[in-house]
Design a protein around this ligand. Structure first.
Ligand code: NOJ
Length: 761
C-alpha cells in the first residue's frame, strides 16, 4: 500500500510539474476512456456506415471551392439520412446545424453525430486581423487569445471544428495565401501554430466553447512553385525537414486533433495520396492519433495530376496513403465500399480512419450531447458580444508595424491640425475584413475614416482619389479590376494642399489576397502610385498607411514618404486600431514576419538564406552570388519594425563559453528604452551554426521575447538555447546536434549585429 501511495504522489508531482500545462494531446493520447466505446460502435457499423463517416459534405449555401456535379442537396439529404455523412462544412448558425444534427442523430440507424467544420481563419463573425497580421505582433498570448475568442463565437454558432491554423511557411509573397499564415520563419511559425491550436482547442476539447483545430496544409503548400496557387512543389529534403515540417510537428505536439492535406504534390506525389507524408511521418514517426481530412476535392485531383486514372484509383491511393476523410469530393462515398468488397482496400484501413474520426467526436463530447453546440440562447449572447470587439481591437493594435517615421510625423497631434485623409482604402469598411469572412457581414468593418473621425479635435478632409477594386465577391475570378478614372486625383491634390498632414490609405483590397489570388506584380495596384506621387508633389508630409495581405514592393514610397505604417487587413476594428496608433494612444510594436522584397525578381527572399560558396564580394569583382541590377538586401528585413520610442541593446553575454549538448546556453542582454515614450520591443535571438555536415543558414531565429519598458527604463533579458534550438534535421529526417562553433546575435530584427559566440563540445 505504502509503495502505491508513494508512486501516486510521485505521479502527482510529475503531473503538476509537466502535466496540466495545456497539452490536451498528451491527455488524449494517454486516454483510453473512449477506445472501448469506439470499438463497440465500429463493431456495429456496416461498411457503408463506416465509409459514411469518412465523407464530408459542403452545406447547401456557401461553397469555398469549385462545386462538383454531384453536389446537389437531394443527394446530400439522402446520404445524411442513411448515415453516410460524417461531417458537414460551411453550415452557418445553430438553426441549421441543429436541423442537420437532428437528422444524423434521430434518423440514422446508429445516430452518430456530425462534425460541423468551418473556415474560422481569423474570427467567426467578429473578425480579428488576418493571420499574417496577427503574426506580426509576435505576441503569443494575444494570438492564443484571438483563437480563443474565435472558437468561442464559432462554437456558439454550432461549429465544432475549424480549418485552421494554416501553418504553411512561405517565402513567396506572390502566393496569395501568405495572408493566412505565420510568415516565412519556421521557429516563429511553430510558436504561432502552437498558440493557435491551444487557443482554438482550449484546455479540454469537451468544453462547449472549444473547437477542434486543423493543421493545414500538409505539407509544403507554401512552396508552390513561383508563388502560383495550386502549383507543383519542388523542394529539397533539407527544406522539408528543417523549414516546412517543424510547425506541423509543433501543432501535433500542442494537441491538434486534425490535419488537412494539400493541393500540391511533393516529389511527384499529390499530398492527398502521399503515403510518406501521412502514414510514415504524421501517423508513423509523430504518432498522430487524430484524423486527416482532404482539402476540397483534393483526392479527385490525383486524376488531374495524372497519378490516378479514375476516381476509384484516386480513392484507393488516398485511403491507403492515410487520408481519412474526403471533403466534398464524392470519391470515398462512391468508390470505397466497392474497393473493400473487391478486397482492394483492406477493411482495417477503413476501421482505422473511422476510429480516428469517432475519437474526435467523442473528445468533443458529441456522443454525450450531440446538441451541446446547438444552443440558440448561447448563440445570441455570444456572437458579436462586446468583449469580442474589445479583443479583436486589442489584437489589431498589436498587429500594426511601423516601418518608417523619419520626421516624427507620428504620433499625430490630437488637435489643431488640418488633416487630409486620402485613398481608396481610407473609407473602406469591407476590404479590412480580408477574403476569409464567411460568417461576418459585408461592410461591417470600422473604416480608417470612421476611426479617425472619433478623434475630432482636428479638421479632417477625406478624398478617395482613385478607385481600387470594383469586384464584388470573394469567390469570383476577378483579376485586376482597377479603374482608369483619374478624376479624383485633382480633388485629392487640392485637399492635400490645404492640409498640415496627409494620411494616405493605400494597398491591396482584401479580395486581392487569399486563396486563388497569386500575383506577379507587388506594386501598389491600379492608379494608387500615381495618386501617391501627385499628392507628394504638393504636400510631402505624408503618413502612408498600407493595407495588404502580403509584403508589397513599395520602393518609391520608402525612398520618399517620411512615414509608413503597415496596417495589413485588421478585421472588424481596423479603423479604431489604426486611429489609436496614428494618434499615439497605442505605441506600435509589431515586427514583420515576412521579408519585403525590393522587386519581384528577388523572390524567394528570406532572412535565413545560405551563405553559398560565394556569399560576399571579397575581391570586388563580379564573381559572387548577387543580382547586378538591384541592391542585394531586402526592402525591409524579417523581424523589422519601429516604435515611437527607441531602444538600445548592450552587454550581450553568455553564462559560459563552452557547453555540452545537454546544457542550456543562457544569453543575456540589457535593453534600454532610450526614447520619449513607454513602449514594447520584440527582443530577437538568432544563431549561426558555423560549420555543419549540412550547409547551415546564415542566421536562424531561435528565441524571442516581447518586452515592455517605461521610458528611460533598462531591463536585463535572458533567453535560452537548448538542444532543440541548436540541432537540425539531416536529409533523412533525423534530428542531430553537432559539436562546433556557434555565433549568437541579439537585436530588434534579423539584421541584428550585436554578437557573441560559444563552442558546443
Ligand atoms: C480550400 C482551402 O485550401 C482550405 O484551406 C479550406 O479549408 C477549404 N477550401 C474549405 O473551405
Amino acid at each position: 500500500m505504502k509503495t502505491i501511495n508513494t508512486l501516486l504522489s510521485f505521479c502527482l508531482i510529475i503531473f503538476l510539474s509537466f502535466g496540466c500545462s495545456n497539452n490536451q494531446n498528451q491527455e488524449n493520447k494517454n486516454d483510453n476512456m473512449y477506445e472501448q466505446k469506439i470499438d463497440a460502435l465500429i463493431a456495429k457499423m456496416t461498411i457503408e456506415e463506416k465509409v459514411g463517416q469518412m465523407n464530408l459534405y459542403n452545406g447547401f449555401w456557401d461553397a469555398t471551392g469549385p462545386v462538383p456535379e454531384e453536389g446537389n442537396a437531394k443527394t446530400k439529404y439522402d446520404h445524411l439520412r442513411k448515415g453516410w455523412v460524417g461531417a458537414m462544412l460551411n453550415v452557418k448558425g445553430v438553426k441549421k446545424t441543429r436541423e442537420l444534427q437532428k437528422i444524423a442523430v434521430e434518423e440514422t440507424r446508429l445516430g452518430i453525430p456530425l462534425l460541423f467544420g468551418f473556415d474560422v481563419i481569423h474570427g467567426f463573425k467578429t473578425l480579428s486581423p488576418i493571420p499574417i497580421a496577427e503574426s506580426a505582433s509576435w505576441d503569443l498570448e494575444a494570438i492564443k487569445n484571438s483563437a480563443r475568442v474565435a472558437a468561442t463565437e464559432a462554437s456558439a454558432a454550432g461549429i465544432t471544428w475549424t480549418f485552421a491554423p494554416m501553418i504553411d511557411i512561405s517565402r513567396d509573397p506572390r502566393w496569395g495565401r501568405v495572408m493566412e499564415g505565420g510568415g516565412e520563419d519556421t521557429y516563429l511559425g511553430s510558436k504561432i501554430a502552437e498558440a493557435r491550436v491551444i487557443g482554438f482547442q482550449g484546455d479540454h476539447l469537451s468544453d462547449v466553447n472549444t473547437i477542434a483545430a486543423c493543421a493545414k496544409h500538409f505539407a509544403a503548400y507554401g512552396f508552390s512553385e513561383a508563388g502560383k496557387e495550386y502549383n507543383t512543389v519542388d523542394i529539397s529534403n533539407n527544406t522539408l525537414y528543417n523549414t516546412v515540417l517543424p510547425p506541423f510537428k509543433a501543432a501535433e505536439e500542442a494537441g491538434v486533433r486534425t490535419f488537412m492535406n494539400a493541393f500540391n504534390d511533393l516529389n511527384g506525389i499529390p499530398a492527398s495520396t502521399n503515403e510518406f507524408l501521412q502514414r510514415d511521418i504524421l501517423k508513423g514517426k509523430w504518432d498522430f492519433n487524430g484524423f486527416v481530412v482532404s482539402d476540397w476535392a483534393s483526392i479527385n485531383e490525383a486524376i488531374f495530376w495524372g497519378q490516378a486514372k479514375d476516381k476509384k484509383e484516386a480513392a484507393y491511393l488516398a485511403s491507403k496513403a492515410g487520408s481519412d476523410m474526403d471533403m466534398e469530393g464524392y470519391v470515398y462515398i462512391n468508390e470505397l465500399v466497392n474497393l473493400v468488397n473487391e478486397r482492394k482496400v483492406k477493411e482495417a484501413i477503413i476501421d482505422d480512419a473511422v476510429r480516428r474520426i469517432l475519437r474526435v467526436k467523442f473528445e468533443l463530447g458529441l456522443f454525450d450531447n450531440p446538441y451541446k453546440y446547438c444552443d440558440e440562447a448561447r448563440e445570441k449572447a455570444i456572437i458579436g458580444q462586446k468583449s469580442n470587439y474589445d479583443a479583436v481591437l486589442d489584437m489589431a493594435k498589436k498587429s500594426v508595424v511601423l516601418l518608417k517615421n523619419d520626421t516624427q510625423l507620428l504620433p499625430l497631434a490630437k488637435s489643431g491640425k488640418r488633416i487630409a485623409l486620402i485613398g481608396p482604402l481610407a473609407d473602406d469598411d469591407n476590404s479590412p475584413l480580408g477574403s476569409w469572412r464567411l460568417a461576418s457581414d459585408d461592410h461591417s468593418a470600422v473604416s480608417v475614416y470612421e476611426g479617425m473621425k472619433a478623434y475630432n479635435g482636428n479638421k479632417l478632409k477625406y478624398e478617395k482619389g482613385v478607385d481600387l477594386y470594383i469586384g464584388k465577391t470573394a469567390f469570383v475570378n476577378e483579376v485586376n479590376i482597377n479603374t482608369t478614372n483619374k478624376k479624383g486625383i485633382k480633388e485629392a491634390v487640392r485637399a492635400a494642399k490645404n492640409a498640415d498632414v496627409v494620411v494616405m490609405v493605400l494597398g491591396e483590397h482584401g479580395f486581392q489576397s487569399g486563396e486563388g489570388r497569386s500575383r506577379t506584380n507587388l506594386d501598389l495596384p491600379g492608379l494608387q502610385q500615381e495618386l501617391l506621387e501627385a499628392v507628394y508633389k504638393v504636400n510631402p508630409n505624408i503618413v502612408l498607411v498600407l493595407n495588404a495581405g502580403r509584403p508589397l514592393t513599395i520602393n518609391w514610397a520608402k525612398e520618399n514618404i517620411p512615414t509608413i505604417v503597415m496596417g495589413w487587413q485588421l478585421g472588424t476594428q481596423t479603423g479604431n486600431a489604426i486611429a489609436q496608433v496614428l494618434y499615439g494612444d497605442y505605441n506600435p510594436s509589431g515586427k514583420l514576419p515576412m521579408t519585403f522584397p525590393r522587386n519581384v525578381g528577388q523572390i524567394p527572399i528570406y532572412y535565413n538564406y545560405k551563405n553559398t560558396g560565394r556569399g560576399s564580394n571579397r575581391k570586388n569583382n563580379v564573381f559572387w552570388s548577387h543580382y547586378s541590377d538591384v541592391e542585394n538586401t531586402p526592402l525591409y528585413p524579417f523581424g523589422y519594425g519601429l516604435s515611437y520610442t527607441s531602444f538600445e541593446y548592450k552587454n550581450l553575454k553568455l553564462d559560459k563559453s563552452v557547453y555540452t549538448a545537454n546544457e542550456t546556453v543562457k544569453v543575456s542582454v540589457d535593453l534600454k528604452n532610450t526614447g520619449n515614450y513607454d513602449g514594447k520591443e520584440v527582443v530577437q535571438l538568432y544563431i549561426r551554426d558555423k560549420v555543419g555536415s549540412i550547409t547551415r543558414p546564415i542566421k536562424e531565429l531561435k528565441g524571442f521575447e516581447l518586452v515592455e519598458l517605461k521610458k528611460g527604463e533598462t531591463k536585463t533579458i535572458t533567453l535560452k538555447l537548448t538542444k532543440s534550438e541548436l540541432g537540425f534535421y539531416t536529409n533523412h529526417g533525423k534530428f542531430i546536434v553537432e559539436p562546433g562553433d556557434f555565433e549568437v546575435f541579439v537585436g530588434g530584427d534579423s539584421t541584428a549585429d550585436l554578437k557573441t559566440s560559444f563552442e558546443l563540445k
